[in-house]
Design a protein around this ligand. Sequence first.
Ligand code: ZN
Length: 493
Amino acid sequence: MIALLIDAAVAMDEIFWIQAYGDRQQLLDDIEDPATEQFALINYGPWDRLAGNEPFLPGVGPKPAGSNFYPRDVTRAEMEREIASGGARADSLRSLYTLVRRDQAGRLTAIPYHVAFRRQNEWAAARLRQAAELADDRGLRRYLTLRADALQNDQYRASDLAWMDMKNNSIDVVIGPIETYEDALFGFKAANEAFVLIKDREWSGRLERYVAMLPFLQQALPVPAEFKRETPGTSSDLNAYDAVYYGGDANAGSKTIAINLPNDETVQLERGTRRLQIKNAVRAKFDRILLPIARELIAPDQLGDVTFDAFFENTMFHEVAHGLGIKNTVFDRGTVREALKERGGGLEEEKADVLGLFMIGQLTERGELPREELMDNYVTFLAGIFRTVRFGASSAHAQANMATFNFFREQGAFTRDAAGKYRVDLPQMQAAVALLSERILRLQGTGDYTGVGQFMGQYGTIAPPLQADLDRLSSRGIPVDIIFEQGPSILGL
Ligand code: ZN
């Protein structure tokens, strides 16, 4: 069954090449240097995805904003003119599931994916139907069958609902045209991808238990009662998986470690979403990136506290912690999201980091987590900050990370010695986590837009000693991301 699913995934890979670039074979034939060829395969084209899509082959020119979803010569103005009047033609031009091309008269025309990629989709659909026959789990069988139909008619909703309805399957596959980031021109077009996944039942069970404790953890938050009146939901669908194959968009450039789907708002309203954490991808980033960083920046006597389990726990508790705290301001300023506008996103990520640590502390107090491992979570968290801010604090998420770092340093949660090595102080760290939790929840609960600006201005920048430490990492050649060694199609597309 897994072999069949991988084979279906390979078809998505082939489709994505066309969406992102065009003729893969032609491009590879034109490249002589094997390293450059591998780099083109990693990037699904001649543009470096982790360096703002800079071209790395001579004469290629900049990457078209609309990738290969539109004719190369299309302009924003032309597309907007063509869809302005509405109607069926406009709908098909901006559909998630069509390519835009020119007809013989040079007029824009939409080609449905199931027509444009008929061969690949037929191949994938046949494999999904074969896999369905092997499925013991009824929900999985139903999903695979409906997904096969969707690949052949571009109607995905029924299969999205079926995906949300299946709960007990061990094998999973996310497959089809899904995210729209590859269309940087309009964000209309979905790019094909596939994840073949195996559920980690032990971790998923642990997560379920922690999510069930959210109401208790909410009450334990270190804020006055009015900031914790809301009751967090406990029906969150959050599971851990190991990936056995990434294809297409999912495999291009940086590797995602978490998925939150489906994107269809109608399905979201009816069934919610499912969050999937990919454990072996997290593991690879831990081994290849986080550990080497820790060896440079964490004091030798605390290096043993940097562990994979703590890293994965911190990632997981971050996700769970999004459900804690406050969604509506206490002084009638509407939702926190509305009140904090563009400053809210980074602060919410910081909240999830810090409340995640707070939850770990609480669960340790309750005997749910081993006391001797609490230090692992703290030291590993600190090492994780270095990983995130390594490329500057320009993004909201990196800025929020920096704010946590500087706040913790100010509170003495860790110290830096003359050799540029960092060391966590356990009691001070516990106190700092509680203090920062309160600070963030108050900013959110009062909808204090100005206060968030001041807070980020005061704490959200990289100070010179840290910059010197980060520069030291660059000189060590520590990788920026991972790639997967995964075999070609098993059955032979
Ligand atoms: Zn988050």
